[in-house]
Write a protein that binds this ligand. Structure first.
Ligand code: AGP
Length: 609
């Protein structure tokens, strides 16, 4: 998730672009760049790191013009570096891009054969060359962009500018947001409305397939066939802070809602459906190292550790591969019996967690191949591991991890498919079937999110309680741990997650009418056992909040509240279930007036032991 800004007017574009990027920096901050049309020449400036590095560099010169585009990057393809920073240029054309071009390798090979030279490792640079080529064939800038996007597969928001057409900016969208804005004497484009608010509240949202045309006199759009298309003008009444959160009251809620897209982005371009296989070409360790691993280890901390536990159930059940899961701080000192040829998966949103990093280094020293599954491109773990599988969830701002967790589980689904097919444990048909299940997840998550009001009413009933217990069996046990962690982090309520079968070995002593118990009971083979545990709780007068599968009405009479999730395989129901628990925790935290995005004592990256 990157930030895009474009300006064409009469003021100094450099100032407007930098101001806009500052407001978009929450979308990505590993590098930033602008292109400004100065005296008919395109001038491009990029810097690695936070925006202030670019600002410092620009202080040394007078970059002046009245049209330009800018970008703040959240890397997906290619580490954060000046070469990989946007804008990307081809001859007299510059572009910026947010999203992922799935077929960029094929396009790149074709363009290289045609003599185009590539300067970056990004998927984006192909767009610049395609656009330049299309203009060289005699098309106008908007028509050239239209022809360009017809060659792209994937998701994108693109803005472009050409030295030979100084009065127009162009934009295209498919799957990533893009908004155009118009003031009295200038026009704008941006990833979201945040950077436009100081200048205008009169905006127009592009729809998938649209090409936006932005001039000093106005904003218009054409559709995929090149015909003018009308899009409603919207008057925005958000303040700047609300706009950054996309109108959501908290980043956490926004990030929960981004999960359907994040799941798709993690999967995008990483499978070959016809063969029922995962395509993990972007993980750079030899494929047979994963297939033939002696032992698979997973290390992580906090929420990422819960994702690791999900991975254990998944690998063992789906592909019959034994897995050991460790907490980073334990693994690194416990003399784990790692052998040469083992594979260690290090899971981390930030890629900077000291304990996971320490564990990873120790495993490497002992001879294991290390694959990190991280969200932040170019993070220390990504740099130090033998292979990286990026979760591509976009920046997670809220301290409580949500979309990164589901992204990690999707990455584990892909790894399981990759290993299962490679070891012939999964047939092609089974692989396709598995992909079908995974591809259904965004819709299932969307469905849960749409029924948020039900979770809010559960939250209203219980938010003043002091203790919660979460119970689950099988793959839903780590989800119970995660549900409890989420609640304690953002509500300061004491919450414990337990394997449902363990309750009778101790925690049952705590149960009374003041202890709400969240029971995770989707209809799987362990359902009858979980229901017995639910009964044990109910008999002791605890209020029960049950999560089960759609179509199940057996719990209606037993539980105080029932929330249903789409009826899917147990191995996959972990995802919609998690999203429901995130929303429940979120509402409880918000009702208790907690600063949900910045809970006390916590930090987004824990870089100390
Ligand atoms: C999650 O909500 C937490 N804030 C925390 O447990 C986090 O998952 C943990 O610190 C690990 O972080 P990482 O994924 O960046 O390594």
């Amino acid at each position: 998730m990157c930030g895009i800004i474009g300006y064409i007017g009469h003021a100094n574009a450099t100032d407007v672009l930098i101001d806009g990027l500052r407001r978009l920096e929450y979308r990505g901050y590993d590098s930033a760049g602008i292109a400004v049309l100065q005296h008919g020449r395109l001038e491009v400036r990029q810097r690695v790191g936070k925006l202030r590095n670019l600002e410092e560099a620009l202080k040394q010169e007078d970059l002046v013009g009245t049209a330009g585009i800018g970008h703040t990057r959240w890397a997906t393809h290619g580490r954060p570096s000046e070469d990989n920073a946007h804008p990307h240029r081809s001859g007299n054309v510059v572009i910026v891009h947010n999203g992922i071009i799935e077929n960029y390798l094929v396009l790149k090979q074709r363009l290289e054969c045609d003599g185009y030279h590539f300067e970056s490792e990004t998927d984006t640079e192909v767009i610049a060359h395609l656009l330049a080529r299309s203009m060289a064939e005699g098309r106008s800038l908007p028509q050239a962009l239209l022809a360009t996007v017809q060659e792209l597969r994937g998701s994108y928001a693109i803005a472009g500018l050409c030295g030979s057409d100084p009065d127009t900016l162009v934009a295209a969208r498919s799957g990533c947001s893009l908004v155009l804005g118009q003031s009295q004497d200038a026009s704008f484009l941006a990833s979201d409305v945040t950077p436009l608010l100081p200048y205008t509240r009169n905006v127009m949202f592009l729809e998938d397939g649209d090409i936006g045309i932005v001039t000093r006199h106005g904003i218009t759009a054409i559709d995929r066939e090149g015909r003018p298309v009308f899009r409603d003008r919207v008057a925005i009444d958000w303040n700047a802070e609300e706009a950054e959160r996309g109108g959501y009251p908290h980043f956490m809620l926004k990030e929960i809602h981004e999960q359907p897209q994040a799941i798709l982005d993690t999967l995008r371009g990483r499978y070959r459906y016809d063969e029922g296989e995962a395509d993990l070409g972007d993980v750079t360790i030899p494929p047979d190292a994963l297939m033939n691993a002696g032992q698979i280890w997973i290390v992580a901390c906090g929420t990422s550790w819960h994702a690791g536990l999900v991975g254990k159930y998944l690998f063992e059940e789906l592909i019959r591969k034994p897995v050991q899961v460790d907490i980073g701080s334990e693994f690194r000192y416990r003399k784990a019996m790692v052998r040469k040829g083992d594979v260690l998966l290090a899971l981390s949103q930030s890629g900077e967690t000291a304990d996971t990093l320490g564990a990873m280094r120790e495993a490497k020293r002992l001879g294991a191949y290390v694959v990190s599954v991280v969200n932040v491109v170019g993070s220390t773990m990504a740099r130090e591991s033998d292979g990286v599988l990026y979760t591509r969830c976009g920046p997670e701002i809220s301290v409580a991890s949500t979309k990164a967790f589901t992204g990690q589980i999707i990455a584990l689904y892909l790894l399981a498919l990759h290993i299962g097919r490679g070891r012939n444990v999964l047939s092609r048909d089974k692989g396709q079937w598995w992909l079908d299940q995974c591809l259904a997840l965004p819709g299932q998550v969307e469905h849960v999110i749409k029924r948020d009001a039900e979770l809010l009413s559960v939250a209203k009933r219980f938010y003043q309680k002091d203790n919660f217990l979460y119970l689950g069996r099988g793959i839903h046990y780590p989800i119970a741990l995660e549900g409890a962690l989420k609640l304690k982090e953002i509500s300061y309520i004491h919450a414990e997650g337990y394997a449902a079968g363990e309750m009778k070995h101790g925690p049952i002593a705590l149960i009374d009418e003041n202890m709400p118990v969240v029971v995770l009971a989707p209809r799987d083979r362990l359902y009858p056992k979980t229901v017995s545990n639910l009964m044990e709780v109910k008999t002791r007068n605890a209020p029960v909040i049950a999560f089960t599968s759609e179509g199940d009405h057996d719990l209606d009479a037993l539980a105080d509240c029932v929330f249903t999730i789409p009826d899917t395989l147990a191995l996959l129901s972990a995802i919609p279930l998690t999203v429901a628990l995130q929303l429940l925790a979120y509402h409880i935290g918000a009702l208790r007036n907690i600063d949900v995005d910045r809970p006390r004592n916590l930090a987004k990256s824990v870089t100390v032991e």
